[in-house]
Design a protein around this ligand. Structure first.
Ligand SMILES: [Zn+2]
Length: 249
């Protein structure tokens, strides 16, 4: 029986084409999630046997421990969007934004900007700061098959995202299918992105998320807005994890 195989960004260059087919990377873009939300996500992943890559946006008591223990693969998730909006609150310019995050989490060589912001100048900045892998391009929703990854002219490896939770619930019904059998492909590398807030809420659609956003730092109120028993992001994650364990769905 063909099985899916969990891998991580730093192992990709060691895998043959045959090994890449059916391989799966699951990344969590942390997006400033409160520790109680991130704890829920990591416990869920652990219970289901998922070994995620954590794209870090900020520090906290929990994240400080996770980073020092080194049980996960880490990427940085710098936010350059605020600069584009004229807000220098998290850095005066792009190098400053990146340096502030690198100072918190030294030695990380995988990068994916928040909102997938990238540019030739940002790529040069990543390269000059010793990043070797970027994952900012997204193929979900295009109905096209892209290479598993490619080397850019800088020498950095680019690994496209093949599926993302908020794309799933933002696209019109019918344009994207949340069935794990449709999401995971046996013939190529699968790079999936989940967000802790959507796993926590089991987000079903944009309206559900928007109605919950004001409570993201309030565990009591947020837990009331979980869509238990409905088909949402947490359901998809569980189904994917079951597939990775070889269970038939
Ligand atoms: Zn993000």
């Amino acid at each position: 029986m063909i099985k899916f195989n969990q891998t991580c960004f730093s192992d990709l260059s060691n895998l043959s084409d045959d090994e890449l087919a059916g391989s799966v990377i699951i990344g969590f873009d942390i997006d400033w999630a409160s520790d109680f939300i991130l704890e829920d996500t990591l416990q869920l992943a652990s219970e289901l046997g998922v070994r995620p890559t954590l794209f870090l946006t900020h520090n906290s008591a929990l994240i400080r421990n996770l980073f020092s223990e080194g049980q996960y693969e880490f990427g940085l998730h710098p936010n350059f969007e605020r600069l584009l909006n004229g807000d220098s609150g998290n850095g005066l310019d792009a190098p400053d934004v990146l340096q502030r995050l690198m100072h918190e989490f030294p030695g990380v060589d995988v990068v994916r900007s928040h909102s997938l912001t990238t540019s030739s100048r940002l790529k040069a900045l990543f390269k000059s700061n010793k990043f070797s892998i970027e994952s900012s391009f997204i193929t979900h929703g295009t109905n096209n098959i892209f290479p598993n990854f490619w080397y850019e002219s800088s020498g950095m490896l680019h690994v496209p995202i093949t599926w993302e939770d908020d794309v799933w619930f933002t696209l019109e019904e019918g344009e994207t299918n949340g069935n794990a059998s449709k999401i995971l492909r046996f013939d190529k590398l699968n790079v999936l992105t989940f967000h802790p807030i959507h796993l926590y809420l089991n987000t079903t659609d944009v309206a559900h998320y928007n109605a919950s956003r004001e409570f993201i730092n309030n565990p009591d109120e947020l837990s009331k807005r979980r869509k238990n028993g409905e088909f949402g992001v947490r359901t998809i994650f569980s189904n994917i994890a079951n597939k990775l364990r070889g269970e038939r769905l």
